[in-house]
Design a protein around this ligand. Structure first.
Ligand code: GUN
Ligand code: ZN
Length: 427
């Protein structure tokens, strides 16, 4: 057991709870995994744990580790390469880089860097695309396991409209996917996601095979992209002229269900939103990527009206930052731009929720990660609001929690994360 005394930020429902002088007690659950045992004010809790050593962190805020709902491990080196939209960006920058992951040594060094970068930025859970090479999944999940990280990942399925060296073969890709599910899903804190890249790069046979695997393994995740870019949507329309919408193609193949997460969901209509809700499918909102690639704006108001789940994602390397602070700030901009009616301004507590407890809920991990309620795995960040002179000045002047959180979101980056603490398997 271990206790931390600091300010604490956590969530009750969608609302933030802030304990100025708090105590967080972490210790093993019945499986020996380090979880939150108690959280509350220092004064009220200390007497219940009189002999427990307490690490005192004055001036620091302990908050849940961030959950990144959509990120590409092989695209670290694609970040910041501009293009005239998604399709030329994929062809000219992304696919050539992803080809390099045929080499296990290349995968290994990229995995080490990628996971270190997640941790430096306070991200403790991620739903991640690997490449179409199975060795890329082995490298990533092997490294995540070494670091005790909660990581869900999958081999990309792409058997058409992709270059040599990246294109996989339909039957073998499904055999490989099933082998990877059996190898990795449920091992320690790891999960597997069936990962068709997007409709244009998978044949109908591959999408159908993915759907068969999804039905056979209801506990694994599904991840893909949908309705990100107008040219992409026109391409899908040519491939499936009779489909009601792009999203409905995934439905046709049995790829919408709980634990299915689709990045972007920008150019969708209310029927699609109702379909997301009725199938329990979630959206990974990727605002820095959408702004960088000029894709468009996620419509928060329409999403909330329809009532489907969503959370925030970096979408590195279309995304421009590993930092959840940058993603939350971009989401704030998008919340206003994408609104069907003007005036929507997402509150900072809501932005933070979307990148922690909300994202965990959308992934089917509510009560497991993304929050600090008792029973949650003890993944958290120690935030230093004095990390830069400007942050220190703004934090000192904050009149309430909203002002403090907005200052952190607007001015923050990896420098705010003093330490990332990962739940350990204790026995
Ligand atoms: N659509 C298909 N592949 C990708 C990708 O790698 N990144 C983004 N942003 N969209 C995609
Ligand atoms: Zn993506």
């Amino acid at each position: 057991m271990k206790a931390y005394r600091a300010s604490l930020l956590h969530f009750k429902g969608r609302d933030a709870v802030f304990e100025q002088d708090g105590l967080l007690v972490a210790g093993p659950n019945t499986q020996g995994r380090q979880v939150v045992q108690a959280i509350g004010s220092f004064q009220s809790l200390r007497s219940s744990y009189p002999d427990l050593p307490v690490e005192h962190l004055p001036g620091r805020i302990i908050a849940p580790g961030f959950v990144d709902m959509h990120i590409h491990f092989p695209q670290t080196d694609v970040m910041g390469l501009p293009a005239d939209g998604l399709l030329p960006w994929l062809k000219n920058h992304t696919f050539p880089e992803e080809k390099r992951f045929a080499a296990p040594e290349y995968c290994a060094q990229a995995a080490t860097f990628f996971i270190a970068e997640l941790l430096r930025n306070g991200v403790t859970t991620a739903l991640t695309f690997a490449t179409s090479h199975r060795q890329s999944v082995d490298a990533l999940l092997g490294e995540a396991r070494k670091q005790s990280l909660r990581m869900v990942a999958g081999k990309v399925l792409m058997d058409q409209n992709a270059p040599d060296g990246l294109r996989d073969e339909t039957k073998q890709s499904l055999v490989d996917t099933e082998a990877l599910i059996n190898k990795w899903h449920g091992i320690d804190r790891l999960g597997y996601a069936i990962t068709p890249r997007f409709v244009p790069t998978s044949s109908a046979a591959q999408l159908q095979g993915a759907g068969v695997l999804a039905a056979k393994y209801p506990d694994v995740w599904i991840q893909s992209h949908v309705a990100e870019n107008k040219d992409e949507i026109a391409w899908v329309k040519r491939l499936y002229p009779k489909a009601r919408s792009y999203l409905s193609v995934y439905e046709q193949f049995g790829l919408l269900r709980p634990k299915a997460v689709y990045a972007h969901c920008i150019h969708i209509d209310d029927d699609d939103r109702a379909l997301m809700r009725s199938t329990g499918t979630a959206a990974a909102v990727s605002p820095t990527s959408n702004l960088f690639l000029g894709s468009g704006y996620f419509d928060y108001r329409a999403a909330d009206q329809a009532g489907f789940s969503y959370g925030l994602a970096s979408d590195v390397g279309g995304g421009t930052s590993f930092s959840p602070f940058h993603t939350m700030l971009a989401a704030y901009y998008v919340g206003r731009e994408g609104a069907t009616k003007p005036g929507l301004s997402i509150k900072p507590q809501q932005l933070w929720w979307q990148h922690t407890a909300g994202a965990a809920q959308a992934m089917g991990l509510a009560g497991v990660v993304g929050n600090l309620q008792p029973g949650c795995e003890a993944d958290f960040v120690i935030v230093n609001p004095q990390a830069t002179p400007l942050l220190a000045r703004k934090a000192a002047r904050a009149n309430n929690l909203d002002e403090l959180l907005f200052a952190l979101i607007t001015l923050g980056d990896d420098r705010l994360i003093e330490k990332t603490v990962i739940s350990q398997q204790l026995c």
